[in-house]
Design a protein around this ligand. Structure first.
Ligand SMILES: O=P(O)(O)OC[C@H]1O[C@H](OP(=O)(O)OP(=O)(O)O)[C@H](O)[C@@H]1O
Ligand SMILES: O=C(O)c1cc(=O)[nH]c(=O)[nH]1
Length: 184
């Protein structure tokens, strides 16, 4: 079994929930009959290994050399950190960062946490894409902080609500490791 197949297996076992009627409220406010709580996978030791490896491999396959990887907290966070760690294991260097939904109201008052700044070339990570609204929020905040967004890598595209098209309308290519077709 390869890394991708193993990730699908873990998601099926731990993170996939279905209901008879649309009763699960999504980030967009819409109701759905199914939901992937990927945190139950990506926060585990094996999930960290798999998500870091798969996103790292995707970045390599695309021929990209980002300075940073990060996304909107908190779904993106375990993926970003695992990817940065995988870069180190492969003798590379990349800064992981987290984008807060709102700027911190004390301390340094930052909205982007991590060693990343103006002009850095970054990949935006995401756990699940439905409408793409959360990813677009991450892109918008990253750009407002002077980051150059090279692309988006999501672990799972639900392939609904025009998520991919909405993200790519921002002028950013989106790549997904898995899609809803892997769970049918
Ligand atoms: O494509 P969208 O329609 O935006 O939906 C997907 C988003 O929804 C979830 O985040 P949520 O808002 O539940 O927050 P969390 O990651 O902090 O749990 C998920 O982590 C994605 O970021
Ligand atoms: O659209 C969402 O909010 C959403 C869907 C899903 O399957 N998983 C998730 O974490 N968020």
């Amino acid at each position: 079994m390869n890394d991708r197949q193993r990730l699908i297996e873990l998601i099926r076992q731990r993170a996939y929930r279905r209901t008879e009627t649309p009763e699960i409220t999504l980030a967009s406010g819409k109701k759905s009959c199914f939901y992937f709580n990927l945190k139950k996978v990506i926060c585990s030791s094996e999930g960290q290994y798999l998500s870091g490896r798969l996103v790292y491999d995707k970045i390599m396959a695309l021929g990209l050399a980002p300075d940073g990887v990060g996304g909107l907290t908190m779904g993106a966070d375990p993926i970003s950190y695992a990817t940065a760690y995988t870069f180190h294991l492969n003798h590379g260097a990349v800064e992981a960062f987290s984008i807060r939904k709102e700027p911190k109201d004390h301390g340094a008052g930052l909205q982007i946490e991590g060693n990343i700044g103006q002009g850095a070339r970054v990949i935006i990570t995401e756990d699940v894409v439905t409408t793409g609204g959360s990813t677009i929020k991450a892109i918008t905040i990253a750009r407002a902080h002077g980051l150059q967004v090279m692309g988006v890598i999501a672990l799972l595209d639900r392939c609904e609500e025009n998520g991919r098209q909405n993200i790519e309308a921002q002028g950013v290519p989106m790549h997904a490791i898995l899609s809803i077709a892997d769970f049918k």
